[in-house]
Design a protein around this ligand. Sequence first.
Ligand SMILES: [Zn+2]
Ligand SMILES: [Zn+2]
Length: 180
Amino acid sequence: MYIRVSEIPGGGLDVFASRGKASIPHVLEGMDPAPLREVRLVDADLLLTFEGGDIWIEGSFEAGGEGVCDRCSDPVTLRLAKAFQTFLTPKSRDRAPAGSVELHEEDLDVGYYDGTGVETNDILWEQVALELPMRVVCSEACRGICPACGKNRNLEECSCVAGEAKGSFEILKNLKGKKE
Ligand SMILES: [Zn+2]
Ligand SMILES: [Zn+2]
């Protein structure tokens, strides 16, 4: 939802409190959730404050993600959550932010906006994207699929010994057989 800076009252705008929790975009438009298959927002809070031409954003989100384990291909569900603060300054402005605030806080991101308003989807998207894992595993201890016999080593021991792996043709055959 697009919020114009002119719509932000003096005390700030609590976006989802004023527009209703139903206005939370559960599926973020145009978002690539890779390496997850899907990410859905469960809850979000967004407080916008407009001051001296800059927008201060304080918010949090809670999301559920789904994907498959990189090692064993089992389905994985995970929860992503974060509280964040972002500071947006107009793109055209070529000067230090109002009051020369010291922006050294680690949690504070600094960005730009067009001077007119902000798209709340984009704000949330950016924060969710920062929390996406590099790779998905069902557990750090996941032993994955045996490259030699194709068995899920979390479920059954196989007697393959490293160095004794079968030829690549055999592996392909096994993998193929598993999919069918
Ligand atoms: Zn796994
Ligand atoms: Zn094996």
